[in-house]
Design a protein around this ligand. Structure first.
Ligand SMILES: [Fe+2]
Ligand SMILES: [Fe+2]
Length: 262
């Protein structure tokens, strides 16, 4: 199967980029399953029911989240009922929602697991132990792990930890795409960070003068998504359905006015 994974979608510019690019990516790659990270979809903070439904209407089959999961309080109204959305699995027991889910489209099935790193992020349960615990419960071959983490070392370590046990480990959260996409020795596709979908001319999607003010003054500053042109980062992963191991991992990196679709 072919899986299209789309990096953190940031605010209205990110949603606009998704509307413009996704139909063309579908034509180019014919993905069986499309997953997107939605933790920044609502004005940079969290996601709403309406935005999640809009993603599903555009053809997204599953949504992963991260440290911004709870920023928009609307999520508490639908997270328990929405099986197509996962939040980090290693939040404490009793946290609303689910950390993994089986996503189906036509005859294809993909398990998506969301985990969050603990380095330079709030302390939560161990993502490595949680990954093992989930894999013990599963009887599926095709498995995607979105490891939402800050430190490149923690992400690379997770790649090694899960090599041969899942189809793909990909990183989100930094909003900067890395070019270390590869197949690890035991057959798991890996990339440290997918990048983001949203404003290109800000700082990680946020309006740049506010971010600069924060760095220069150390005063509290409220960040809002930047305006202007978009960038679109993602990845296409080719999985051998018989083994659940990856055959190929490609990066998608597009920018408004620079896009050439074949
Ligand atoms: Fe993000
Ligand atoms: Fe994040």
């Amino acid at each position: 199967m072919k899986v299209l994974f789309i990096g953190d979608i940031v605010g209205s510019i990110g949603r606009k980029a998704l509307e413009e690019v996704l139909p063309r990516l579908k034509q180019k790659y014919f993905p069986d399953i499309i997953i997107a990270n939605g933790e920044n979809a609502a004005g940079g903070r969290g996601i709403t029911r309406k935005i999640a439904n809009h993603f599903f209407d555009l053809g997204v089959h599953g949504i992963t989240m991260g440290n911004h999961t709870w920023d928009n309080k609307e999520i508490f109204d639908f997270i328990d009922d929405e099986k197509r959305l996962v939040r980090p699995a290693n939040f404490p027991a009793g946290t609303p929602g689910r950390g993994f889910s089986v996503i189906k489209n036509r005859s294809k099935e993909l398990v998506i697991i969301n985990l969050q790193g603990r380095t330079f992020l709030p302390p939560i349960d161990c993502p490595f132990e949680k990954a093992d615990e989930i894999l013990e419960q599963l009887n599926h071959k095709n498995i995607l792990v979105d490891f939402h983490a800050e430190a490149t070392s923690e992400k690379i370590a997770m790649g090694w930890h899960l090599d041969g046990k899942v189809s793909v480990v990909l990183g989100t959260h930094t909003h900067v795409q890395t070019n270390d996409n590869q197949i690890l020795p035991n057959g798991t596709a890996y990339v440290t960070d997918i990048g983001m979908v949203g404003p290109k001319e800000g700082v990680l999607g946020m309006e740049r003068t506010a971010v600069l003010r924060k760095f220069k003054t150390a005063l509290p500053v409220r960040f809002t998504p930047a305006e202007g042109k978009w960038q679109f980062h993602g990845s296409v992963i080719h999985i051998d359905d018989a083994t659940g191991l990856a055959k190929k991992i490609e990066l998608v990196r597009l920018a408004e006015d620079e896009v050439i679709f074949e």
